[in-house]
Design a protein around this ligand. Structure first.
Ligand code: AMP
Ligand code: MG
Length: 402
């Protein structure tokens, strides 16, 4: 049986190089950048005011105090978006607002609250405090220098990176194409939620979760109808999914029972199984295969197994497909509030809930058919085989989206 790391390495080795396409910023959230972008401009693009106030020459106002104000001649007004035509002469000042370009020869801004207007002399401004050179000035390039790297290839476009690109005037960005992922749930017992439930049947919960997991990995989910356990039926849907999708993710039918047809169906349509079974709990009976250049992931049917196997083995592949450099789930340390025991022979990714203080609690029953503990959990702790982690132990928590 393959170790998880070995299984992941083999999956990633099979992922093709990313194909790139151009996306406009408004549609690019969550997409992966495939080409480094450098800033075509300085940010800020020009020295400008951080305050509503007055542009001054700092040397003119060194002696200013509330009781001995310095009187400056008001030479004009510059709204944000305008530019002052001349330079500020000694003894002069210019009215500015937040974002107004700093006029030539001015080197500081005195904020409005530190000034007074003499109603008898509306053409003058009384300055009540000194200003050192650079005071209240946002200087050109202090945020980003022309030519500096805005985003690196492999980075995901977060809100902050999108804002940065927009501020630099980049309207489009080269991103990795998104794989279309066909989602197929197999099992004769499965019923669509919303339908009435015949005796012995259960509702399909996997496709609902897998569709969101797929989207959160930046890929496009294409959900197929439920498929009963039959070699012909599963082969038919697989053939269709392989034709129309880049990646196919199935659930159910990957175990050793005589109604487990997934591997046989894959072989029947001309695909091959690359490996089967990974040494982890939940998620052991996992199939990775290929068919006509498409990747196929056969997840076990139990909901916790399907979700966890997806997160550990499919999500990284979907991210890599798009060119992402960071593939692991976000991880942070936490402290066990109670012991976590794994008596089994496989490492167990146990569902936990981490509170705001970083204290980790078991999320409930860990069996792989149990959905309530999945709903309660916000992460996983990787507990080695035959190991009890004592309360108080600091362990990494793999966070999942709730
Ligand atoms: P299997 O992997 O087909 O042996 O299924 C293992 C367990 O998962 C069985 O109890 C199935 O009924 C259940 N199961 C399979 N597929 C789904 C699904 N799509 N949604 C919820 N449970 C499922
Ligand atoms: Mg089954």
């Amino acid at each position: 049986m393959l170790e998880l790391e070995e299984a992941l390495a083999r999956v990633l080795a099979a992922v093709p190089a990313p194909k790139s396409e151009s996306a406009c910023l408004s549609k690019a959230a969550g997409r992966v950048v495939v080409q480094q972008v450098c800033s075509p401009i300085d940010l800020p693009g020009f020295d400008n005011s951080a305050m509503d106030g007055y542009a001054v020459r700092a040397a003119d106002v060194v002696s200013a105090t509330p009781s001995t104000p310095v009187r400056l001649r008001l030479a004009g007004k510059v709204a944000a978006g305008e530019v002052f035509a001349g330079a500020v002469k000694p003894g002069g000042c210019v009215r500015l607002f937040t974002g107004s370009p700093l006029p030539a020869a001015a080197d500081a801004v005195v904020m409005q609250e530190d000034t007074r207007i003499d109603s008898n002399a509306p053409g003058e401004v009384l300055i009540l405090t000194p200003a050192s050179p650079g005071a209240n000035v946002r200087s050109r390039g202090e945020d980003v220098r022309h030519g500096a790297i805005l985003v690196e290839a492999g980075e995901v476009l977060t809100i902050g990176r999108l804002g940065l690109l927009a501020a630099a005037g980049c309207a489009r960005v080269q991103v990795g194409r998104q794989p279309v992922v066909g989602l197929v749930a197999t099992g004769s017992e499965l019923t669509e939620p919303g339908q009435s439930l015949a005796p012995g049947r259960i509702y399909d919960s996997n496709r609902t979760m897998l569709a969101v997991l797929t989207q959160h990995a930046g890929a496009v989910a294409k959900t197929y109808r439920l498929v009963a356990d039959s070699l012909a039926g599963i082969s038919r849907v697989l053939a269709k999914a392989v034709e129309h999708c880049d990646v196919v993710v199935t659930s159910g039918g990957v175990s050793v029972g005589e109604t487990d047809y997934l591997q046989r169906a894959l072989e029947r349509i001309g695909g091959e199984v690359e490996f089967w079974k990974v040494a982890m709990k939940p998620g052991r009976p996992f199939v990775f295969g290929r068919c006509r250049g498409r990747l196929l992931f056969g997840l076990p049917g139990n909901p916790a197994s399907a979700r966890i196997a997806f997160l550990l083995l499919v999500r990284p592949a979907l991210l890599r497909w798009q060119g992402a450099s960071s593939l692991a789930l976000p991880t942070h340390p936490g402290v066990l509030a109670e012991p976590l025991a794994n008596q089994g022979e496989r490492r167990h990714f146990m569902r936990v809930n981490v509170d705001a203080q970083g204290k980790i609690h078991s999320a409930g029953i860990q069996a792989s058919h149990v959905l309530s503990s999945m709903a309660a959990a916000n992460g996983l702790v990787d507990v080695p085989a035959h190991t009890t982690l004592a309360a108080g132990t600091v362990v990494p928590v793999l966070r999942w989206e709730t």
